[in-house]
Design a protein around this ligand. Structure first.
Ligand code: NOJ
Length: 577
């Protein structure tokens, strides 16, 4: 047999292995096609973004903490996965009280993560693989060790005083109002240097900036220009909901109960989202628009789609990508709730582009929210099929592509996250979702060469790691690769409308992605029991479809009027005219 025919046969066998046992007709082992939208200004609309917590990704110098060269070493994994951009959580110099969300210098890299040269190298290597780099911009506050704050604290007439929010107390020993910090305790800390209080929505070590001061505004705008010039493609803006607060400092109304830190709860009416935030973000967007293709992503914890819609701006002139967090608020696998959340963002009044999120460094990993010991891989395939086949951009969290789980601390002595130390046991903190990335079966899962990692590696790393899952056609990793390939390959996914096919079924969610160049059908079974699905060929627009990916055993072209889904089953197919 000729060499060519041999390799064709091997390819065929590999393809069958990938599709045969209920994996994917698209196969996880095929080459990832290039993203044809990569050089367009609206590349982000067709993108899968991937969040990296740099402490936890890869520790190249074996000191226990991840770093930028570690990320650079693993860019091929990201290219094979098919991500279009990486968002790196704050890697700037910081006392690390809140692991980087307390920035002491916005224009450099924290030495524990590397140097500015390492960062430039990362951007250049990422570019070679068509991966864009997004940074995290902590806009609401700085560290109390930032030069601006240390100056500001010195005296009432210091030129930096008005960079922050300083006020007299109501009366002796009392803060200016009743606002409480989301990280526990009052939002005000007293400084005896000037006998005034400063405001901080988060820790006392994270004083809020005063964005009403034009000097702050200009400084921060220039920070973004600095990084755009270093090749950064945009920013994830931290805590934008609290960028401004009521200038009259009106007390917040009370709410029922006490928070994890023992404070009476309150409604955060006056410390969230006054209208000014939108005008300010529109200005920040103008700066981004000075650099083609740059994108602003928002950490936008809104309650209603209307509130979220405001962040796109009346003329889509604010944030291109305000994150839609409503999936993270669904506590169980329930098709009705997920369907409603999709409908809500799909019908947002300004037609803003949906940006889906399932997990991040502040939220329990979704396999732990919805799964149990026996079904987490199935849940991973189900939920990834949901958000990677919807119309919109998806923001993944590192490790979800291999089914990484939360590895929560068991004792308060082991907790690293201050909110966990402070709120234990009601608030255990966020360490569990921040543990080291699992690369292979070797020491510390290949995170480093054996130094004690800053957080413990999860015990499941022997089976759930990039190397083992690359070799396994049934793995969560190959499933993710298949889904992302579909988004790039198939017009139904990169340009199709979302059309829901059912309204009330609590177990199965079924929808079409309908485009001029083809239509795909997606069926998702949220239940632990098998489901029989009957579809009306008239409503769907076809009777037969070619299977693209499935957790079942259907292959080739099948009749779609009667289908069977296995527990947590996924069926994705292209309608045949
Ligand atoms: C939101 C970030 O995601 C979180 O990790 C951080 O603690 C707060 N903002 C404060 O910056």
């Amino acid at each position: 047999m000729s060499r060519r025919r041999l390799s064709l046969l091997a390819g065929l066998l590999l393809g069958l292995a990938a599709s045969g046992a209920g994996q994917t007709a698209a196969g996880g082992d095929r080459q990832m096609p290039a993203n044809k939208f990569a050089s367009q200004n609206d590349w982000w609309k067709h993108a899968v973004l991937y969040e990296i917590y740099p402490r936890s990704y890869a520790d190249s110098n074996n000191d226990g903490t991840g770093d930028l060269p570690g990320i650079t070493q693993h860019l091929d994994h990201l290219a094979q996965l098919g991500v279009d951009a990486i968002w790196i959580t704050p890697c700037f110099p910081s006392p690390q009280v809140d692991f980087g969300y307390d920035v002491s210098d916005y224009r450099n890299i924290d030495p524990q993560y590397g140097t500015l040269a390492d960062f430039d190298h990362l951007v250049a290597e990422a570019k070679k693989r068509d991966i864009k780099v997004i940074l995290d911009f902590v806009v609401n506050h700085t560290s109390d060790k930032h030069r601006w704050f240390m100056e500001s604290e010195k005296s009432k007439d210091n030129p930096y005083r008005d960079y922050y929010i300083w006020r007299d107390g109501k009366r002796s020993g009392q803060p200016p109002n009743n606002w409480t910090s989301t990280f526990g305790g009052p939002s005000w800390t007293f400084s005896d240097k000037t006998n005034q209080w400063y405001y901080h929505f988060f820790y006392p070590q994270q004083p809020d900036l005063n964005w009403r001061n034009p000097k702050v505004e200009q400084e921060m705008f220039d920070v973004t220009r600095f990084w755009y010039r270093h090749g950064v493609y945009g920013f994830r803006l931290d805590a934008v909901d609290t960028l401004f607060e009521d200038p009259n400092l009106t007390d917040n109304p009370p709410a029922e109960g006490t928070d994890a830190y023992g404070m009476a709860k309150q409604q955060h009416t006056y410390d969230h989202r006054p209208a000014e935030v939108h005008a300010e973000l529109q200005k920040l967007r103008k700066v981004a628009d000075e650099f083609p293709g740059r994108v602003l992503i928002g950490e936008t914890w809104t309650e209603t789609p209307q509130q979220l819609a405001e962040y796109y701006g009346p003329l889509n002139n604010e944030l291109q990508m305000p994150m839609y967090f409503n999936f993270t608020k669904v506590t169980k696998l329930d098709a009705v709730q997920f369907r409603q959340k999709v409908a809500a963002i799909e019908s947002n009044p300004v037609h803003g582009w949906p940006v889906y999120v399932l997990s991040n460094h502040d939220i329990r990993r979704y396999v732990d929210r919805y799964g149990n010991t026996g079904n987490k891989d199935q849940v991973a395939k189900l939920m990834s099929a949901l958000y990677l086949t919807l119309r919109g951009s998806a923001i993944m969290y590192y490790g979800e592509e291999i089914g990484m789980e939360n590895n929560d601390p068991k004792r308060v002595e082991d907790v690293k996250d201050v909110i966990g130390k402070k709120g234990w046991p009601k608030e255990i903190g966020r360490d569990g979702e921040r543990t080291p990335m699992q690369w292979n079966r070797s020491v510390n899962a290949g995170f480093n060469k054996g130094a004690k990692p800053w957080l413990p590696v999860d015990a499941n790393y022997k089976t759930h790691n990039v190397a083992a899952e690359t070799a396994d056609p049934q793995s969560v990793l190959n499933w993710y690769r298949g889904l992302i390939r579909l988004r790039r390959d198939n017009p139904a996914f990169y340009e199709g409308d979302y059309v829901s096919l059912n309204d009330t079924d609590a177990n199965v969610m079924s929808f079409l992605r309908k485009s001029q160049h083809g239509t795909a059908l997606v069926l998702l079974n949220f239940a632990a029991q098998p489901q029989a699905v009957s579809l009306d060929a008239g409503k769907v627009g076809a009777e037969r479809a070619r299977v693209l990916m499935t957790t079942g055993s259907q292959l080739g072209t099948v009749n779609i009027t009667h289908l069977a889904l296995n527990p947590y089953g996924v069926f994705i197919a292209e309608l045949q005219p």
